[in-house]
Design a protein around this ligand. Sequence first.
Ligand code: SF4
Length: 334
Amino acid sequence: MSDEIFLRVRNLKKHFPVREGFLRLRPRRTRSSVKAVDDVTFSIAEGETLGLVGESGCGKSTTGKVLLRLLPATSGSVFFRGSELLSLKGEELRKARQGFQMIFQDPYASLDPRMTVGRIVEEPLRAHGVKSAPERLERVAEMLEAVGLDTSYLRRYAFEFSGGQRQRIGIARALILRPSLIVADEPVSALDVSVQAQVINLLMEMRSRFKLTYLFIAHDLSVVRHISDRVAVMYLGRIVEIGKKDDFFERPLHPYTHALLASVPEPDPLRERTRFILSGDVPSPLNPPEGCAFHPRCPRAAEPCSNRLPELRDMGGGHWVACHLYETAQTKII
Ligand code: SF4
């Protein structure tokens, strides 16, 4: 893993406008907005895997889609291998897309059932101007073998395969252009537990074989612990803690991280640990609480929490937290 900053995301925002009325008799006015991603800042070094965790609806997947230009950003910057991605247009953007790809959560919905496996995996090569049919076939066959699929599957349809095999087809398609950055959006959560480990191991093998860098989005902390070098936690559109994997799991700081870790089943019945069960649901991002958005659910909430937003603070060793309990630490920019 290199120390060079390979992906740098700064103050990224994605706000979805909410308009009033549904009749199109006159222009609808914007009433408010859903702040799905709100001022998110992080970096990933080349070859690193950053796990991004949090409850459903916290903005993890939207962050991944916005930084890969699958959704337009409201504001912010995404610096990737020397280019400011959010300002690229036309041919420049098309070329840049070869360097990053997404692996989707649902291998049933993300593959076109009317296309053969060969066509699905080949499609990005066609879209990026690889005109020679024999070259495309050779590259598709190589990639199918790399992900553990037989080349005899080329003429079969995706619906003929199991969930694990379909996810392998999705991975082959994502890697066919030899990207360097992969956003994996819950890539195993739709799979049977029995095949999850196989797909995770495949992703790790692909990481070293093709020198990949991952933003790995998941809600399963045991999967994140297995594959990540660092972990970031999102709550209601913001990163509230980010740090090296060992610091994150052994010395968590944010009360929300404590709650997430407490929710993971403990296989050893003799091992004691503090139980901290989260109460209530994540508040609506349409009307988030003032101050720290976690304060209505936080057992340690105090006076400043309901009226002042905590900033991310460096606690040393690359471990950052946004919580008033750590006010004395110096604020720096990641
Ligand atoms: Fe809890 Fe306050 Fe920290 Fe928010 S800032 S996590 S409410 S202690």
